[in-house]
Unconditional design. Structure first.
Length: 237
């Protein structure tokens, strides 16, 4: 008789634990499933704004006239904390320029005069119009430091926005660092819910996510125990 009572209590405890763990895991599964469904329902090229990018014609060196060699535009090593690792000749708004890269820093130098080319508001607007299909009117505002959440990388100097809410981030070397549409912001929010990191939206290794996965595993295991206890043959008295 005492043994039967203990078995009944143990079974009741497993049922209760499985129920409440299931409630907690069910909420998380709802977030995982809904956010995952939303993310997989949208093509990643559309989310990233790749379909809004324009193709810029390559640089025609034959029509540029005399240009300075790369060695003539390199700054003295004494003024740089990191030496220049790369010098790339490219076209910037129809003019030749060298993109110099030293560590994580990149900047432009006019390939004809050798002067540093600082990207201003007018250049940022022109670059955005040239490389991305946008809906006017356009605005240009300086990028804050630290960078905003939707950029999440250093090197941005201008944020160009259009009437549709699309944001284009222009870097120190005149490159388009990122195109962020309204769909991208919803996608990023869903990703934050999916990994349980709605603030930073990058950490896939944190206690809350690990605990949620462990609870989901415990819910499945307790469910199997209950199924086994329900379906196992019972001995007759």
């Amino acid at each position: 008789m005492a043994g039967s009572v203990r078995i009944a209590r143990g079974r009741r405890w497993i049922y209760t634990a499985h129920l409440w763990i299931g409630v907690i895991v069910g909420i998380q599964l709802l977030l995982w499933t809904a956010s995952g469904l939303f993310m997989t329902s949208n093509a990643i090229e559309v989310v990233r704004g790749t379909t809004l990018r324009r193709t810029v014609a390559p640089l025609d060196l034959r029509r540029l006239g005399p240009l300075l060699p790369p060695s003539a535009v390199l700054p003295p090593e004494a003024v740089l904390a990191t030496p220049v690792e790369r010098a790339e000749l490219l076209q910037m708004l129809g003019k030749p320029a060298y993109k110099l890269t030293a560590g994580e820093r990149s900047w432009l130098v006019d390939a004809r005069s050798g002067h540093d080319w600082v990207i201003g508001r007018a250049e940022a607007l022109a670059i955005a119009r040239q490389q991305v299909r946008l809906i006017p009117p356009l605005t240009a505002t300086p990028v804050s430091d630290p960078p905003p959440l939707e950029l999440r990388r250093p090197g941005g100097v201008w944020l160009v926005g259009d009437a549709d809410g699309t944001h284009v981030y222009i870097g120190t070397a005149g490159e388009v660092l990122a195109v962020r549409t309204g769909l991208w912001r919803w996608f990023d929010f869903a990703w934050g819910l999916h990994i349980l990191d709605p603030r930073g939206r990058e950490d896939t290794h944190h206690p809350l996510l690990i605990a949620s996965a462990a609870l989901a595993l415990l819910s499945v295991l307790s469910g199997f125990v209950l199924i086994w206890r329900r379906l196992r043959p019972r001995r007759r008295a």
